[in-house]
Design a protein around this ligand. Structure first.
Ligand code: SF4
Ligand code: SF4
Length: 404
């Protein structure tokens, strides 16, 4: 694709990178066929190719309106289009840059700005989110069914093994997950304990920054990334093997720290190293002796695995969890159109509820079509989004590996 970026952008590193991505796109439209928003809405401007065109127009100095922002907002950032694209267009990176520029050029209505600010403050801080959730859980019995479904019931925290091993890994606890489902990180610690690996949280580590990044708070997200790097760096220097992620939505974001902080001379190198050391827990298990985990597993359980977009398209780890589950003796039921997003997509289900609900309905039909006993996933956001509308239990796959 030919481009003519404005002079002010042409000479910047970001501008050059965006230009290279735009030029890689040959406008073939293959990506439209796997884009969930295009499949639902049928509007070219709600497809990857259309959004690429909107971003190109903006970077060339063309008109940018509320409508531009609306089409960019409707993107799930699922990156299914990247998986489909034969030309290797790095759509996610272009979208991040396009959104950042559009936010500077178009102001959102006051209500929308307030909503995004509130989401950032709430989701990125356990000190705000946990009391908010507990209040909701206390009032849950009194709430109408529709609202009740949105509030997960209270779960007790679970003790973790305290053994000390030569092999040591760090865990990012997350902000929402410890309050909603504290058993997941405890399950990760038990599973790694059986493999002779100690898993430790690090004081000072905070939210990964994804929630801020996706709600118009890119700089706030960068500040959180710097805090995490400061917290993890001494541990990495003293021999911690990896930074383990149990939520694929956090994992994909931390793996992007190198890109996010590439222009920060004080953090660019460290951010690249932190990204390189960040692993989804499935990447760790895939390289270990799984026979050590078999005694805890109940083989033959029928599971429908929902592969989060952040795992399959963002981190390119599609099939890894499935192979581990099969190797351990579980039975996987078929999941048609497994490449399509469930509609959770970080804060998307809160900001674009109508589209998110339509995607969830379709995803649940697909997941339940093979009559599984349980649905498993690898991301807390998908888990909560799906569990809100089915009676079949939706769990993190680590829960099954830890306790059968
Ligand atoms: S992003 Fe890739 S698949 Fe989509 S139109 Fe461009 S080249 Fe084709
Ligand atoms: S990231 Fe997902 S929703 Fe956005 S354009 Fe690509 S396929 Fe469509």
């Amino acid at each position: 694709m030919q481009t003519r970026l404005t002079e002010s952008l042409r000479d910047t590193a970001d501008g050059r990178e965006a230009d290279a991505i735009l030029r890689a796109c040959v406008h073939c439209g293959f990506c439209n066929a796997t884009c969930p928003t295009y499949l639902l809405l049928g509007d070219e401007l709600d497809s990857p190719r259309g959004r690429i065109y909107l971003i190109k127009q903006m970077l060339e100095g063309g008109a940018v309106t509320r409508q531009t922002l609306t089409h960019l907002d409707r993107c799930l950032t699922c990156r299914n289009c990247e998986t489909t694209c034969p030309s290797g267009v790095r759509y996610g990176q272009l979208l991040d840059y396009g959104r950042e520029q559009a936010e500077k050029l178009v102001s959102r209505p006051g209500f929308e700005r307030l909503r995004r600010w509130l989401l950032r403050k709430l989701l990125a801080s356990p000190a705000h989110f946990t009391p908010f959730l507990r209040a909701g859980q206390f009032l849950r019995p009194l709430l109408p069914a529709k609202l009740k479904r949105r509030i997960p019931p209270y779960q007790r925290s679970v003790a973790r093994p305290r053994a000390v091993y030569a092999r040591r890994m760090l865990i990012l606890e997350g902000c929402v997950q410890p309050a909603v489902a504290p058993g997941i990180n405890a399950a990760a610690a038990r599973v790694l304990d059986r493999l002779g690996i100690a898993l430790t949280p690090v004081a000072g580590a905070v939210c990964c920054g994804a929630a801020s990044h996706h709600t118009s708070g890119v700089e706030e997200g960068r500040a959180l990334a710097r805090s995490n790097i400061d917290a993890w760096w001494p541990q990495l220097e003293s021999g911690a093997e990896a930074i383990v992620m149990t939520a694929s939505g956090c994992g994909v974001h931390v793996k992007d720290y190198g890109q996010l902080l590439r222009d920060d001379p004080a953090y660019a190198d460290k951010a690249r190293r932190v990204s390189g050391k960040t692993k989804d827990i499935s990447e760790i298990l895939a390289n270990e002796d799984l026979s050590l985990l078999k005694p805890a597993v109940k083989p033959g359980r029928k599971i429908a695995f929902q592969t989060p977009c952040t795992l399959q398209h963002g981190q390119k780890l599609g099939g890894v969890v499935e192979k581990i589950l099969l190797d351990l003796g579980f039975v996987l039921t078929p999941v048609p159109d497994g490449h399509l997003c469930c509609g959770s997509a970080g804060t998307y289900s809160l900001l674009q509820p109508l589209l998110a609900h339509r995607l969830r309905k379709r995803k649940l039909e697909s997941l339940l079509s093979g009559r599984p006993e349980v649905v498993a996933t690898a991301n807390i956001g998908c888990l909560l989004h799906l569990q809100g509308h089915t009676r079949i239990p939706v769990v993190h796959w680590l829960d099954l590996v830890a306790d059968g």
